[in-house]
Write a protein that binds this ligand. Sequence first.
Ligand code: ADP
Length: 357
Amino acid sequence: MADPDLAAAIKSALAAVEIPGGGDLAGYAGLSEIIVTPSAVAFAIAVAPGMEVAFGPAREAAQRAAQAVAGTRKVMVSLTGGKPPTSPSFSHGKTVAPGKASVPGIKRIIAIGSGKGGVGKSTTAVNIALALQAEGLAVGVLDADLYGPSIPKLLGIEGRSAIRDDGIFLPHEAFDLKVMSIGSMLVKDQAVVWRGLMATSALRQLLRETDWSNLDVLVVDLPPGTGDIHISLAQQTVVDGVVIVSTPQDLALIDARKAIDMLRRFNVPLLGLVENMSYFIAPDTGTRYDIFGSGGAESAAADLGMPFLGAIPLVMSIRQASDAGTPPMVAAPAGPEAAAYRAIGRQILTQLPAIPR
Ligand code: ADP
């Protein structure tokens, strides 16, 4: 069925779903647009504050009704008390999230963020995940970077993740990491239509409806900057800490400061700053060049009152290995880049509350 037809068919099916106060869901003003992608259908039901519990049965009925029409596509229906703010505009100190929940089967969640794109956040996320694995931990990666989901490419993963009969996602496996990507639900250039609610709904389901099978650590690759995904993750999930990746240029650090400020307001622990593309090692002589000046991120970390976790050099081998779908931690585990990632992984572990065995 063509996508617009499927959306219309689902909307018709929602006419059979009763909502609190009378009436049906298809005619309800709080029903969002129905988004159809090759593997998923997503929509949200906006409800007045305090009405979430009353709408619970309607959400479940909507899920069933939509699933009956959607075939093999995974249906994601979320209830929302209204669109969360997209910028940290709350000026009364820290925002305390009442409804944070941990994810069953995952002991620790760490997120990797950056002020802007292109600083090597995803590359760093993948190699940090592998560095934590090298410490003997069971690790997963959730690619939540809606605007540039690059984790599948970095890990050489193709195709969509499988869905079990009971609707639970089965993650991809790469280098013994369990991997899910929001990208596998999108077709190219579709991110723009996945506005706030759709994106946060997808994130919640990827987190909570994936068979992660007992991870010690889930590494979440956030989109750059700040936005709905960050706010939703920070509000709804117990995040043990965030690592910020930055390049040495001041501009990137200014952007990074904004992201850090937002996370602080949500009381998300900041594990520290990683400086990526920090210095250049000449392939022929091995000489180190601090091409952007040195110590920018380290002193910025001190300014920001957060630990400096380490620096990763700008080296061709990182780009080449990453582009080939084999992260440097795997391609050259004895190399200096892998050593730098491992040192960062160990630093992160010292910041995390001990992981129960
Ligand atoms: P982001 O997630 O911040 O958008 P990516 O991780 O996708 O950034 O990296 C952007 C590009 O920079 C990729 O081509 C990647 O291979 C390259 N890259 C990342 N880190 C390094 C590094 N330390 N040295 C060389 N190239 C790097």
